[in-house]
Design a binder for this molecule. Structure first.
Ligand SMILES: Nc1ncnc2c1ncn2[C@@H]1O[C@H](COP(=O)(O)OP(=O)(O)OP(=O)(O)O)[C@@H](O)[C@H]1O
Length: 239
């Protein structure tokens, strides 16, 4: 079977600025890959190329072996994307948001499915029929994650997924991501949280000013060492 996510020598120019410069990596089925980097390193831009919202200036972006540029619709249908700021409607309840956005994605689900997804992200029962404008940032994020789960896509792209979540919710979210990967989902997350990346990822790629400058793998069933990655991150940022 072809590789779910791959970039080959990807370069990207945005408004005249080189944002990515020759980046190559793959994410295998059931793998959690974390792209780690400082502000402006090019992490979010990388995600947007998989969705065809940004086109490579050079190199290739492939979803299941097929160039995204040649078939954007199939790439998008294989991917659930969780942007950094959840783009849901404040004037609608969690149920209404799920209903509306799933309908747009051409999926149907019932109340029991919604509750099951909202249970998985631990959104309190009492909040589900309230409008999102009364939610905290973390609650909105949980609703967006539930929506991504309900889409049941084989690939998940997560942009700073734990920003706005409290420490307990972060641990729960990491457990959920690991469960999804164990069940076969392919996960690419971008973050500047070294600790979070090492907690959850099978592999961490270090992105700096548009170049992939380091790679770390979890081996022998152990997690990636946070200190090692932190040192590399700090050294690279200072260079
Ligand atoms: N809409 C845009 N138009 C032009 N350039 C942009 C746009 N958005 C981001 N950039 C530029 O692209 C570069 C990479 O930005 P990107 O958002 O991909 O980085 P990031 O690693 O996700 O950063 P952060 O951690 O701050 O979210 C930055 O130099 C940024 O200024």
């Amino acid at each position: 079977m072809s590789i779910p996510l791959e970039v080959r020598s990807l370069s990207l120019v945005r408004e005249g600025n080189a944002v990515l410069d020759g980046v190559s990596f793959t994410v295998a089925q059931g793998e959690i890959f974390a792209l780690l980097g400082g502000n402006g390193a090019g992490k979010s831009s990388t995600l947007l190329t998989f969705l065809g919202f940004l086109a490579p200036s050079d190199g290739e972006v492939l979803v299941y072996g097929q160039s995204v540029g040649s078939d954007v619709a199939s790439a998008r249908s294989a991917i659930a994307y969780l942007p950094e700021a959840a783009s849901l409607y404040g004037h609608m309840t969690a149920y209404e948001n799920l209903d509306y956005f799933l309908d747009l994605a051409g999926k149907s689900a019932n109340q029991a499915d919604y509750d099951q997804a909202l249970d998985r992200v631990a959104l309190p029962d009492e909040a589900r029929s309230r409008r999102l404008q009364s939610y905290s940032k973390g609650m909105r994020q949980k609703t967006a994650i539930a929506l991504a789960l309900l889409r049941e896509t084989p690939i998940l792209l997560l942009d700073e997924p734990t920003s706005g979540l409290d420490p307990v919710a972060i641990d729960e979210f990491h457990d959920l991501v690991k469960d999804l990967a164990s069940a076969g989902q392919t996960i690419l997350m971008v973050t500047h949280d070294v600790y979070g990346a090492c907690q959850v990822a099978d592999r961490v790629g270090l992105l700096r000013r548009g170049q992939l400058v380091g790679s770390f793998s979890a081996e022998n069933g152990k997690r990636i060492d946070t200190e090692t990655v932190h040192a590399a991150f700090a050294e690279r940022e200072a260079a």
